[in-house]
Design a protein. Structure first.
Ligand SMILES: [Zn+2]
Length: 376
């Protein structure tokens, strides 16, 4: 049966259009979009107060870490967080891990997430992702300065129809980093400049350099000069590249990467995670002013109170609501190569529909009460 769904506003072509009436087929395919002068005159319309968007795209998550909810205290800084995650990781059974991921997946769906770029270190929660109504792109992450063989991770990815990605520009040696970027296909996702120490490492200083020296680990990639140059000199220009976090990112880093990747990289911000770990915020104004493609990630429950896209948008502060909602929908879909079917309310697409409630519609701002829920 067809449904006619209406709201005060809907995000259509990047604009918040008034009085949108969206007619959908039973399977969710959008048949038509109308904007009558007065909604009252429309027959058999289901009205929902607020803003309707397409299903949202979570461009950075680690579903498998959902069991670490509340396990690591806030505000320990980047190094403290990394140390704590190593310490507590072994304290949980597989059943606990699977159960937590199952709940997090169901909640993300209810809150309107349609697709996720999900980082994984093992295959423990792959079944949940396969069964989920959410569309997952899994990226198995290669990690470790003493881990130069990529055979196991490529085998794991092949077994699960997933991608391989290098963890970051400070935790993977040169050969595996290049190999992963060149051999794989589809999206790669690189944790980038979450802390100053990543840049400092390349000039031989900072807390990462000290830690590596203590452990006797050597890096063979520092000749690139900066994390951004390493990416530009290692990633083929035709790969869809997600650059994640970017907290300490400077305009020259953006220029180096965006001038190399065809059509530019996608700059994924996870403000709740940055706030949780180190009380920092991503340089959203700079990224926006430079015309970057921006997408939104929740990161994991290890560093977030919940996997809420709306909470992450709210933490980005006073940005035009149309842009915030576009980052969470169509720009995320473009980042994952899913824009032909997801990310926007368009005739012929089947993008899911989400209601954003508790919005200050006078000033078009998210409020403390704002939340999202799935309509279909
Ligand atoms: Zn992450």
């Amino acid at each position: 049966m067809k449904r006619r769904i209406a709201s005060h506003y809907a995000l259509i072509n990047g604009k918040l259009e008034r009085n949108a009436v969206i007619t959908v087929e039973q399977d969710g395919t959008i048949l038509s979009i109308e904007q009558p002068e007065v909604l009252d005159s429309c027959a058999s319309v289901e009205f929902f107060p607020g803003i309707i968007t397409a299903g949202m795209i979570n461009a950075h998550c680690h579903l498998e870490l959902s069991y670490l909810a509340g396990a690591i205290a806030e505000g320990q800084g980047f190094a403290g967080f990394a140390r704590e995650i190593g310490r507590v990781r072994g304290n949980y059974s597989n059943e606990e891990r699977i159960h937590a991921a199952d709940i997090a997946d169901a909640l993300m769906w209810e809150e309107g997430v349609q697709a996720v770029a999900d980082i994984a270190n093992d295959a423990l929660v792959m079944d949940i992702k396969r069964r989920s109504k959410i569309e997952y792109i899994t990226l198995f992450e290669h990690f470790g300065l003493n881990n130069n063989s990529t055979d196991a991770i490529f085998a794991l990815a092949a077994e699960h129809s997933a991608n391989v990605t290098p963890h970051s520009t400070y935790s993977v040696q040169d050969r595996p980093f290049r190999e992963i970027c060149n051999r794989g296909e589809g999206v790669i996702s690189i944790h980038f400049l979450e802390s100053k120490a990543e840049r400092e490492l390349y000039s031989g200083g900072g807390s990462l350099a000290e830690w590596y020296a203590r452990m006797g680990w050597e890096c063979d990639f520092l000749h690139h000069g900066t994390p951004a140059k390493r990416i530009a000199e290692s990633v083929p220009s035709d790969r869809k590249t997600l650059i994640v976090h970017c907290v300490e990112c400077l305009p020259e880093d953006v220029e180096v990467i965006d001038s190399h990747i065809n059509g530019g990289a996608t700059w994924v911000v996870c403000p709740e995670s940055n706030r949780y770990i180190s009380g920092t915020t991503p340089p959203i104004k700079m990224l926006r002013d430079m015309g970057c493609r921006i997408a939104i990630g929740t990161d994991s429950r290890a560093s977030a109170r919940h996997l809420s896209m709306i909470e992450n948008l709210r933490l980005l502060g006073d940005m035009p609501l149309e842009e915030l909602l576009s980052w969470a929908t169509i720009d995320g879909a473009k980042a994952l190569g899913m824009e032909h079917k997801l990310g926007s309310i368009e005739v012929g697409k089947c993008p899911g529909l989400v209601l954003i409630e508790g919005v200050d519609l006078q000033n078009m701002r998210l409020t403390e009460e704002s939340k999202s829920r799935r309509l279909l």
